[in-house]
Structure formats: C-alpha cells, structure tokens
Write a protein that binds this ligand. Structure first.
Ligand code: G3P
Ligand code: CA
Length: 264
C-alpha cells in the first residue's frame, strides 16, 4: 500500500527586528530593542561603531544628521563622521525625537546596553557597520562578547550572531571569535563560486529580500550557508520569504510579524 504524505509547510524562519524595531520605535535604541524582545522576536539587529575615544556604540548612519538633534547640540557638526564624536559627546544627543516626541530623550546606546535587554529567547544580531571608520572594532566586539559578563551569558546559547558587508572585516572577526555565528551581507546574490568562498569563513549569507528568488536561495543553501534577508516591510513580503524557505527574516515591524507568524 502506498503511503501518501501531505506536503510539509516551510519551517518558520528566525524573526529579527531590524535596528530593534525601526518601524515602531526610534531605530537602534533601547526602546526599539525592548519592543522586539517583548514581542518575543528571535533576535533584534543593531549596528555598532566606535567613538573617537574607542567606545562601542549603536548607530546606523555615518553622520548624525538624520536621527539626532545634533543641529541643536553641536551646530555645524551635522555631517561630521559619527565616529569623530567622543562617547561623552554622543551621550548629549537625543536619538528619539526624530521618530516622535514620545521618545524624546532616548540616548544612543552603548553596545553593552543591548546585552542587558536581550534574553535567551531574544538574542542579538550585531552588524559591524562601516568598519573602515572604526579601526579595531572587530577586536572590541570580540573582546566584549568574550569578556563582558553582560554578553557572556549568551556565549553558549547561540543567541549572538555577527554580520557585516566587509569581507576582510568579517574574516578578521572570524579569526578572533570563531565560535560566534557569522553572516556575510551583500547587496547582490553572487555566483556559486563566490558563495563557496564565503562559506570558508561565514555560516550565513544575508541580502536584500527583493533580490532573492528560489534559484538564489538554492545557490546559498548549496554552498552550505544559511539564508537571510532584510528589510522585509510587509506581512505579504514576509509570507513570500517563508515560502522561499529562508532561515532568517529581518524586518522593521517585529511586533506585527511575530503576531502574524502565530496566525494572530
Ligand atoms: O540585517 C542587515 C541590514 O541591517 C543591513 O542594512 O543598512 O539597515 O544596516 P542596514
Ligand atoms: Ca544593520
């Protein structure tokens, strides 16, 4: 007698809040991380850079103009490199008001603040952002993950993953912290040979969801890499990514996506 098995639904991907929960809170702030955690996302993502005096802080852009009140606090420095500011100066900026008055006074977080929000349920995707502007950042991040008690509790539960676009920076991080899952980001889905080279130092590959189709997912998986996408901005797009069988979906609305994934 022939056994007939029903088609299996695609397994749910890990759900990652982009810059915390950038659709519903000021990006890369403790409020955004907290929203993603309270929504029981699998991870929240952040961007880390180094201040002029070597402190790791969470910020996306290369300059402070878009997401802070720098024009009021340091007039004329709106388009200076964010990495030219000291930690004490960064702490004087308001990183919440640009989103809404409800978040006025929200600070630029220290990298370690993210570890204090994370839990064993909701870990952290750490993107090393623009490493050319933050020399030595790979070692600072690796030392934080290895030596800081706030991060150490995640060391053995797989709830920290490091990401970056810069292959040389990623390879350097892989040498410093080979046990930490690593994701190579690219604004393209390359050929099989390039993906095989990525797989020599990275565990996962991430790209813009609009670039990915079944053939692209197939190439990534054939190289032995997990497949991630950013920045998924609607539940319809989220459903398309689930159907493609992706491992990691990063989006600005983790609160909505976690409810949607539960059928709510
Ligand atoms: O998850 C990767 C994604 O965050 C990369 O894009 O520009 O938002 O850092 P970006
Ligand atoms: Ca990012």
């Amino acid at each position: 007698e022939q056994t007939v098995t029903a088609p299996q639904p695609a397994p749910a991907p890990l759900l990652v809040g982009h810059r915390g929960a950038a659709g519903t809170a000021p990006e890369n702030t403790v409020s955004a991380f907290t929203q993603a955690r309270d929504a029981r996302a699998d991870y929240f993502e952040l961007d880390v850079q180094l201040s002029a005096d070597g402190v790791p802080f969470v910020f996306h852009d290369d300059v402070p103009a878009r997401t802070t009140n720098v024009a009021q606090v340091f007039p004329g420095r709106e388009n200076d490199p964010i990495t030219s500011f000291t930690w004490a100066e960064l702490q004087q900026l308001d990183a919440g008001s640009h989103f809404s008055g409800a978040f006025a006074g929200e600070k630029i977080p220290h990298f370690d603040d993210a570890a204090r929000v994370a839990t064993e349920r909701t870990g952290v995707f750490v993107e090393i952002k623009s490493p050319e502007n933050s020399p030595g950042i790979e070692k600072v991040v690796a030392d934080s993950l290895h030596g800081n008690p706030a991060w150490a509790r995640f060391a053995h539960c797989g709830k920290v993953e490091v990401l970056g676009y810069d292959a040389a920076s990623n390879q350097q991080f892989a040498r410093l912290a080979p046990e930490v899952p690593l994701q190579q980001l690219m604004d393209t889905v390359p050929d099989a040979a390039t993906l095989a080279q990525v797989a020599t130092y990275a565990d996962n590959f991430g790209t813009d969801y609009r670039l990915l189709d079944a053939a692209g997912v197939g190439r990534i998986k054939a190289a032995g890499l997990g497949a991630g996408v950013y920045t998924v901005d609607s539940t319809a797009a989220y459903d398309r990514m689930v159907a493609l069988g992706l491992d990691r979906v990063t989006g600005d609305f983790p609160v909505q996506f976690t409810r949607h994934a539960q059928g709510l």
